[in-house]
Design a protein around this ligand. Structure first.
Ligand SMILES: Nc1ncnc2c1ncn2[C@@H]1O[C@H](COP(=O)(O)OP(=O)(O)OP(=O)(O)O)[C@@H](O)[C@H]1O
Ligand SMILES: [Mg+2]
Length: 276
């Protein structure tokens, strides 16, 4: 970590629906911000630990994880790792440039076992907010990858965040998921975190060719319900994205010219204009 003081923005990536691209978006946006020269920390708050696996590779278990930070048995500073892809993971789509210095704090499936103890603590909702305080000055952005439910780890993330973004899939029931997150965040804003702002909603796995379909209908319903001004650029469906995850590389390293990498660039540029 360098010694320059940063004005840190903490952004939660959240939706109570599973498989909508929360983890993919956290890593993609984080790695783009990092290549733009910002200091970025990604924190995995999901017991599925998909972001941890994406960045560290499968089969890697960490002795300590974000659960230890929330339980008070570790300091977050001691758990910061740096994404360092191994060259043997590279395939013929080898990276043009490996991104150095993308930091992350791992999760573990054991986070499930910590939940009961954490929720017994006084004012547990603020535990992540407090834990991030000492490292905020070292980062421009801290992005929080959240689980697919509006439970403990999503609550602590919304309380810790200055802003949140909602990735959604253009599929049936997406509207309900987006609405539930916006309502939960409004409650958090009212009661626990008055500065929490919605930065925007965007669609992942978007297929521009699907016209007059459920897909299109969902996109227009969400856009008209929540307002054109909260919509962010969509991210196209792209086979490179799951491949990058299997290779334990960011999409920027694995396929920097892919459709999803291009779309995440546009999305990140727009996000930067909306920061509180
Ligand atoms: N733009 C995309 N194009 C194609 N596949 C994608 C895209 N974005 C994400 N995916 C794939 O969709 C799946 C779900 O993505 P991801 O894990 O990011 O969702 P999630 O919301 O974090 O899921 P969970 O709720 O389980 O945490 C993954 O297999 C991922 O590779
Ligand atoms: Mg996820």
């Amino acid at each position: 970590m360098d010694n320059q003081q940063r004005t840190c923005r903490v952004v939660a990536v959240t939706n109570n629906k599973g498989g909508v691209g929360k983890t993919s978006s956290t890593v993609a946006i984080g790695s783009i911000l990092q290549t733009m020269g910002y200091r970025v920390l990604l924190v995995d708050l999901d017991p599925q630990a998909n972001m941890t696996t994406h960045l560290a590779g499968s089969g890697v278990e960490f002795e300590q994880h974000i659960g230890d930070v929330l339980a008070g048995s570790a300091s977050i500073q001691d758990l910061v790792l740096t994404y360092a892809p191994q060259s043997e993971n590279a395939d013929e789509q080898a990276p043009e440039e490996v991104t150095p210095g993308l930091d992350f704090v791992p999760s573990s499936y054991q986070l499930n076992l910590y939940e009961k103890g954490i929720t017994k603590k006084a004012q547990y909702a603020s535990l992540l907010r407090q834990a991030l305080r000492p490292i905020r000055p070292y980062y421009d952005f801290i992005l929080l990858d959240t689980p697919p439910t509006l439970q403990t780890y999503t609550l602590v993330s919304l309380v810790a965040a200055d802003a949140y973004v909602i990735p959604a899939e253009p599929e049936k029931f997406s509207y309900d998921g987006v609405k539930a997150v916006i309502e939960a965040a409004a409650d958090v804003k009212d009661m626990l975190n008055p500065s929490l702002e919605l930065l925007g909603i965007f669609f992942t796995r978007y297929n521009p060719k699907l016209r007059n379909s459920t897909h299109d209908l969902v996109v227009s319903t969400i856009t008209s319900s929540f307002g054109e001004e909260v919509m962010l650029p969509n991210v196209r469906k792209d086979a490179a994205m799951p491949k990058a995850q299997v290779a334990a590389r960011t999409i920027m390293d694995f396929a920097p010219h892919s459709n999803s990498a291009i779309d995440y660039h546009a999305l990140t540029a727009e996000l930067l204009t909306r920061l509180p």
